[in-house]
Ligand binder design. Structure first.
Ligand SMILES: O=C1C[C@@](O)(C(=O)O)C[C@@H](O)[C@@H]1O
Length: 251
């Protein structure tokens, strides 16, 4: 498995899986894997059988079998932060995340920093125990809060022991995108863990393409279907990043 978040190979490009059932997910993987993403995210909140443990695990096994060693991020996005409506309460989500941490199928889990601190601590302990990375995240699909507020969320994630601190916000102006890039640079210079940020929607596309230059370690791109507004096709993103790196003398 390629080393995840190696400082010399950033940004890491992540493509989401948003299928409703196993067949859709496998079909997405067949499209995505040849495109060589660095990371695959299973957005489990899109999965119809999220409350059927057996189905989740047999699908995880299939994802593992079809992903050619590409690491997997397991995400159940809460509806409050832009995810799908699901039949699981927060403590049931935590139980599921704990169970998947015990398996060999995943490498990282994502949990919102706005959740109950006790749940965050439990997931930190369990993910540490099973050598899985914990991404703590913050999403705002309405607006881009002030720099200090975004920064506060990122700092809080580090305080809780996250391996990765992630913030995705919606811009309503070009200035908002600049705000996000500025806070990315400041967080990258201040925090000791990798920072991941994106400005969503059409206005924010530049942040998905150039965010790494300001310190964002992961950028999300469409392999087959998109999981958030503003994601662009992985092939386009790979080409542009390569061109920019070549022009400015990166490896
Ligand atoms: O947190 C994120 C980032 C994201 O919202 C984006 O804007 O690309 C996409 C989500 O699937 C992922 O979990």
């Amino acid at each position: 498995m390629k080393e995840l978040l190696n400082e010399n190979e950033l940004p890491c490009i992540c493509t989401p899986l948003t299928g409703k059932n196993k067949a859709e997910i496998i079909s997405e993987l067949v499209t995505i894997v040849p495109k060589n993403p660095d990371l695959i995210e299973w957005r489990v909140d899109f999965f119809n059988d999220i409350d059927q443990l057996d189905e989740v695990f047999s699908t995880l096994q299939e994802i593992y079998n079809h992903s050619n060693g590409i690491p997997l991020l397991f995400t159940i996005r809460s509806q409050a932060e832009g995810g799908q409506e699901i039949p699981l309460l927060e403590d049931e989500r935590v139980e599921l995340l704990c169970k998947v941490c015990e398996s060999d199928f995943i490498d990282m889990i994502d949990f919102e920093v706005s959740n109950n601190p006790e749940h965050i601590k439990r997931l930190r302990d369990v993910s540490n125990k099973h050598l899985k990375k914990l991404v703590l995240s913050y999403h705002n699909f309405e607006c881009t809060p002030k720099k200090t507020e975004i920064f506060k969320h990122l700092l809080m994630m580090q305080f809780y022991g996250a391996d990765v601190a992630k913030a995705a916000v919606m811009p309503n102006s070009q200035e908002d995108v600049i705000t996000l890039l500025e806070v990315t640079k400041e967080a990258k210079e201040t925090l000791t863990i990798p920072v991941v940020t994106m400005s969503m929607g059409e206005l924010g596309i530049v942040s998905r393409i150039f965010g790494w230059y300001y310190g964002s370690a992961i950028t999300f791109a469409v392999g087959d279907k998109s999981s958030a507004p503003g994601q662009i096709p992985i092939e386009t993103l790979q080409q542009i990043i390569r061109m920019v790196k070549d022009s400015i003398g990166y490896d």
